[in-house]
Design a protein around this ligand. Structure first.
Ligand code: ATP
Length: 351
């Protein structure tokens, strides 16, 4: 287990600034996610941490060691790639053994450690198989075993599940988490899949345009997004325009709604404009009289355990409202409904 720190990392590729003074601290034993849209710099940051890319400015520390100029293997880090990067002409065992052979580890020890790595990824007995006889999911396990066999302190994963089908991705999520925790690794995991990050991460960083915009636990980032961009990127949300009326009171469509100001939003003074983020599942459909918001249901999508309604508010804005375990279906166009929301589910964000 090792603490990983990035200090003020800037990375430029010619005129493109891929990372702009990024700082980050990842706790020992943590499974940490870098999350963000395409081109935001998450792979570049991971590659700087891995030693596959040199930062233009700034430093990387593993524990007390400044590793900015060290190659990957000297950092005691191992990387798992989206493409697996396995040698197709070798057996599973040979692929896993390769890194140890390069390090001139004794033959008996290599055999023992390859077996151990195969057991960790639940592929005991597959050592003599050709790579081309393994399924996509099994190949990803082999690439994990190859990373683990060198006994790294840090495991760095770049979209490791992107090439797998939906069912396997779900299975491998808990597998990777188990492997990281059982082997006491500090792991950094890059993905653009927010469900993967929310379901697996201890903490995550949301990135945008070469910068980190929020760091927190999945629950913190989901419930308390610092900006409307983060709110919209992590899960689904409704963004309503409002005007601040008090410290934590906003007026939306003539009604006062209580909420929480996220972070230090000095700009959210009474009278200033605000963006109000409310998740679809935070709304409750109630009688229209006296409800903070009213609207007409214009569409219904039945998903079994959940129904998603599109509700058109008085200003013609359409919001999404989901009902869990619905007792009965509401008919689109037939009724005006009220929407209420608990103040703890209302995030007040700067415009
Ligand atoms: P994706 O999810 O699409 O992989 P990302 O968040 O991982 O995106 P990066 O690959 O880190 O993004 O790229 C960040 C920025 O740096 C992009 O604008 C990209 O075009 C640029 N970039 C990355 N690598 C290079 C390179 N080797 N040469 C030039 N520009 C690069």
């Amino acid at each position: 287990m090792e603490r990983i720190q990035a200090h003020n990392i800037t990375k430029k590729f010619g005129s493109v600034t891929a990372l702009n003074e990024v700082s980050l601290e990842i706790d020992p034993g943590e499974l940490f996610f870098l999350l963000g849209g395409s081109g935001c710099g998450k792979t570049t940051l991971l590659r700087c941490i891995a030693g596959l890319e040199q930062p233009t400015e700034g430093d990387v520390f593993f524990g007390q060691r400044r590793v900015t100029k060290l190659p990957t293997h000297k950092r005691e880090a191992a990387m798992v790639f989206q493409s697996y990067a396995l040698w197709p002409h070798m057996t599973v065992g040979q692929n896993i053994a390769f890194g140890l052979e390069q390090r001139k580890v004794e033959k008996k020890e290599i055999e023992r450690r390859v077996q151990e790595a195969l057991e960790i990824v639940k592929l005991g007995g597959f050592g003599k198989r050709g790579i081309d006889q393994m399924s996509g999911g099994q190949q990803q396990r082999v690439s994990l075993a190859r990373a683990l066999v060198v006994k790294p302190k840090c495991l760095l994963l770049d979209e490791p599940l992107s090439n797998l089908d939906a069912q396997l991705r779900l299975e491998m999520r808990s597998e990777i988490r188990r492997i990281v925790k059982e082997n006491h690794l500090t792991a950094v995991y890059v993905t653009h899949d927010q469900a993967e990050a929310l379901s697996m991460a201890d903490r995550l960083a949301v990135m945008n345009a070469g910068e980190i915009v929020q760091v927190g636990s999945p629950e913190e980032v989901y419930r308390r997004p610092v900006s409307s961009d983060v709110a919209a990127f992590i899960g689904e949300t409704n963004l309503l325009k409002g005007v601040m009326r008090d410290r934590e009171v906003v007026e939306v469509l003539g009604s006062k709604i209580n909420g929480s100001v996220i972070g230090e939003h000095a700009a959210l003074k009474p009278g200033s404009n605000a963006i109000v983020s409310i998740r679809p599942e935070a709304f409750t459909i109630v009688a229209p009289e006296g409800a903070p918001l009213q609207g007409r249901i214009i569409q219904r999508v039945y998903l079994g355990s959940v129904i998603q309604y599109s509700v058109c508010l008085s200003n013609d804005q359409i919001v999404q409202v989901s009902e869990q375990n619905p007792a009965h279906l509401r008919e689109p166009d037939s009724e005006i409904v009220g929407l209420s929301v608990s103040s703890k589910d209302v995030s007040l964000l700067e415009k």
